[in-house]
Design a binder for this molecule. Structure first.
Ligand SMILES: [Zn+2]
Length: 122
């Protein structure tokens, strides 16, 4: 299927290698054309795909428009873990080790359970 790109001359389209595991609308990112939230991550970096407009577009900034209070975002159910499309693994930031970890889905579930139980012990 050939996709119509909402192209601006200043933007070079680069194929994504990762996207956040949650959908754009969960970060309050909407289609900047129709204002709808029927959107997914585009196959191109910095773009989203609008199901209604059938275009790749930049989208609104959502929570990425300002400094993100990670703790607050977490309380809102947002999660900034990423899906590595090439490695087929989930990238999580380990706050204790201060580095990115590459986990399989199974490892990720275990990791999440551990982190959640640690946080509820605070
Ligand atoms: Zn749209």
């Amino acid at each position: 299927m050939k996709k119509k790109i909402n192209r601006s001359p200043k933007i070079t389209l680069k194929k994504r290698t990762w996207h956040y595991i949650q959908d754009p609308w969960e970060y309050e990112v909407k289609c900047d054309k129709c204002g709808g939230n029927n959107v997914q991550w585009s196959e191109f970096e910095k773009f989203i795909w609008c199901e209604d407009c059938k275009i790749d577009t930049k989208g609104t900034e959502g929570v990425f428009g300002g400094p993100i209070p990670i703790e607050a975002a977490g309380l809102l159910g947002m999660c900034f873990d990423r899906w590595d499309m090439r490695k087929k693994k989930i990238i999580v930031y380990d706050r204790k080790k201060k580095k990115d970890l590459y986990l399989t889905l199974k490892q990720y579930r275990t990791f999440k359970e551990r982190v959640c139980s640690e946080e509820s012990n605070l």
